[in-house]
Each structure stands twice: as C-alpha cells, then as structure tokens.
Design a protein around this ligand. Structure first.
Ligand code: 5GP
Length: 261
C-alpha cells in the first residue's frame, strides 16, 4: 500500500490518498481543539491512543454487524480506511445530559435520560456546527429519509453495544458523536459508520468516581489528558505493555527502535 498525497486535513486527523482509489490512510494527529477552534494545543501521544482505541471499538462494532470504514490499523498513528462520502451531519447520542444540552435547555447537569437522545448538528466549523432538525436535513438534501432511518437504527445498536462494553470496564458512556459516510458496496448504495470513536469524541466518566476520562480534560483545563486516555485504553485491554508505560513512552520507544535499526 503506497501513501499518496494529502487529500484533507481536519482538526485531529489527516487523510492521504493511496494507490487504491477506494482506500485512504487516516493519520491521527496530536492536535487538540475545542470551542470551535478557539482553544488549541498539541498533546504528545493523543493521536497514538485515539488510533488504538478507535481501532478497537470499530473492530468490535464490525463483529456485531455494524459496517464501518476501518480496514486495518497500519501503525501507531495510521489506519487504512474505505473512502466514503461523509454525510455532513454530526450525530450526537446522549445517555446523560451534560455539555451543550444543559446550557441550551437549562437541564440539570448529570440528568440520566430514560432513552438515548439523538441530536443532529450540521458539520460546518464556520457556523459552529449548529443544531438542526430532521426537517432541515430533508429540506436541504443533506441526507435522505432512508439514510436517516438506517443511521438511527445503527446508532441505537452502537449505543447499546458501547454502553455495555464501557460498563464492563467501570466507565459510563455519557454521550458521543458519530459520523457516517456513503459508499457503494457490490454496486449497492450503503451508509456506513466513519470517522473515529475515541475519548476525543465521547464523554467517558469513571463509574464510581465520575472522574472524566475524555476530551473534557482539555476543554475544561483539568489536565492529565494522556493518563486519562491511557486509563481507557488499559481498561479496554489494548495496552498490554507494563501498566505504567504511557502512549508517549510507547511513541518514543518506537522511534528509538527505528533509529537503532
Ligand atoms: P456537546 O454537544 O455537549 O458539546 O458534545 C456532545 C458529545 O459529542 C461529546 O461527547 C463531544 O465530545 C462530542 N462532540 C460534539 N461535537 C464534536 C466535535 O466537533 N468534535 C469532537 N471531537 N467531538 C464532538
């Protein structure tokens, strides 16, 4: 697989072409942004952890029949993924009210929702990813009714699976963001899960202490983001290295190994 030119650079990832027109390489950066790009930083090792965690979750989802773009992880920071046409909507799934919904609707922080709540945001940084309704999506042809119905079914299965998976390792899945893309499979139009699922895109709280193990550590200046992401990876059973080896050390270790070859 040959890496080609850069096709797209987002806030946390870069997409490169490959010699196969249907496949691209997704590179996980260490950059962190929040509040519509107003807050920016680089956190060494974040991309490595997100690459591993997202690979783990998407492979597991694939095993329960949720089609997604992941082909395989290539190395510490890169994955081969199927090229899709991204639907320009961020699908937000909430199990507990926190973050923007509490400010927008005056709901008490931490309110447990009886059923998962799905919200739609237009994927447009310049507009600050505004909240939209299903009617907006149909009115402006951002997706078809059939696509929305398919996506909603997938979202509920993804949420069920992920709530259970995280509960098993002592973590509450509070909310998360998903993206979907269009692709032709054997000549048929399909909608599959795309982007990433990681502590950058989910809110994850320790089940006992409510300690935040996600990007809110950066958004809210809580510090210790890498130890929190490492904790998630360890509990998922991804990091088999000695328990106190951080992703940063793993990155350094791999570059030392390469140099010494
Ligand atoms: P909120 O709407 O409360 O800010 O976010 C709800 C959930 O969606 C959180 O888990 C948050 O991480 C995720 N989310 C919403 N928008 C974005 C985004 O633009 N980028 C990332 N990485 N996550 C997002």
């Amino acid at each position: 697989m040959k890496k080609g030119k850069k096709l797209y650079e987002g806030k946390a990832k870069i997409i490169y072409a490959t010699n196969d027109k249907n496949l691209v390489i997704q590179y996980f950066k260490d950059d962190a942004t929040a509040f519509n790009n107003q807050k920016k930083s680089t956190i060494e090792g974040k991309g490595v952890l997100n690459n591993r965690i997202s690979e783990h979750i998407l492979s597991n989802l694939s095993q329960i029949g949720i089609k997604n773009h992941l082909v395989k992880r290539l190395n510490m920071r890169e994955q081969i993924i199927k090229l899709v046409e991204i639907i320009p909507i961020e699908f937000i799934v909430r199990n507990v009210a926190t973050g923007s919904i509490t400010k927008r609707l005056g709901i008490e922080d931490g309110t447990v929702l009886n059923d998962p709540l799905i919200e739609y945001c237009l994927k447009d940084d310049k507009l600050g990813d505004p909240l939209i309704s299903e009617q907006h999506i149909l009115a402006f042809d951002w997706a078809t009714k059939k696509e929305i119905e398919k996506v909603k079914k997938m979202i509920l299965r993804i949420n069920d699976f992920m709530v259970g998976m995280f509960r098993g390792i002592g973590i509450k899945l509070i909310d998360f963001k998903l993206e979907f893309g269009r692709i032709k499979i054997n000549g048929k139009d399909e909608v599959i899960l795309a982007d990433e699922i990681s502590p950058d895109t989910c809110r994850l709280w320790d089940s006992i202490t409510d300690k935040k193990l996600d990007k809110d550590r950066f958004r809210n200046d809580l510090g210790d983001l890498i130890p929190a992401y490492t904790e998630v990876a360890k509990r998922l059973g991804i990091l088999h290295e000695q328990s106190n080896v951080s992703a940063v050390n793993v990155t350094k270790l791999s570059s030392i190994k390469k140099k010494s070859k």
